[in-house]
Write a protein that binds this ligand. Structure first.
Ligand code: GDP
Length: 196
């Protein structure tokens, strides 16, 4: 897919205020600092589209972007940031769960996983909850350039093994680096295929 246009549309805390569900929607989510903003900027080819390293814990919103006037890209607030208060976490959970279950044009969730890390409970639990809710998702490993090939690869393999313990059919996965721009075509072609 060629990205001809990528523009920010709006930020909301409520599904009811999200744009009319006239186009397929793809949401990006992961732990704080997983590299979500960098990935969105890399995919869209616009450096400043999603803000990188924005302060975790501040107001967290559902951010809509329009791509090629054909699909919505949604940047969801990250989870698993230790310094966030319990209240903020509960609020996050409510907003995200409501969005994930109610947004009728949500086509696929991209769950971002840092390829430097071994499988993390918080990520596995989040994917379990998506599965339980029947919400389609794929896994996107980020920062693949950070480690020597074999170590990053081992983390990916370990994640897939862990997933195999509970999933009959493994969700699709992509290995990416915003730094080296790898995995871009794979992710964009996947979206194009699903949109067809
Ligand atoms: P977010 O909080 O998930 O949006 O994460 P950011 O995109 O702000 O990235 C968090 C940190 O990881 C920043 O210091 C980025 O420069 C770094 N980072 C993000 N993606 C990559 C990548 O593909 N490779 C490397 N080496 N660093 C990355």
């Amino acid at each position: 897919m060629i990205i001809r246009e990528a523009k920010f549309l709006m930020s909301n805390s409520r599904v009811e205020q999200c744009p009319d569900p006239t186009m397929p929607e793809y949401a990006f989510i992961g732990r704080s600092n997983v590299g979500k903003s960098s990935l969105i900027n890399m995919l869209t080819g616009q450096k400043g589209l999603a803000k990188t390293s924005s302060l975790p814990g501040k107001t967290q919103l559902i951010n809509h972007f329009v791509i090629n006037n054909e699909w919505f890209l949604v940047d969801l607030p990250g989870y698993g940031y230790a310094k966030v208060s319990k209240d903020a976490r509960v609020q996050w959970g409510r907003m995200i769960n409501y969005y994930l279950h109610k947004r009728e044009n949500l086509t696929c969730v991209f769950v971002l996983l840092d390829s430097r890390h071994t499988p993390q409970a918080v990520d596995l639990e989040f994917m379990e909850s998506l599965g339980a809710g029947g919400i389609p998702f794929v896994m996107v490993f980020t920062k693949a350039d950070k480690l020597s090939g074999s170590r990053a690869h081992q983390n990916v393999v370990d994640y897939l093994r862990k997933m195999e313990e509970t999933w009959d059919e493994l969700p699709r996965h992509f290995v990416t680096s915003a730094e080296e721009k790898t995995g871009r075509d794979e992710v964009l072609n996947f979206i194009e295929e699903v949109n067809r």
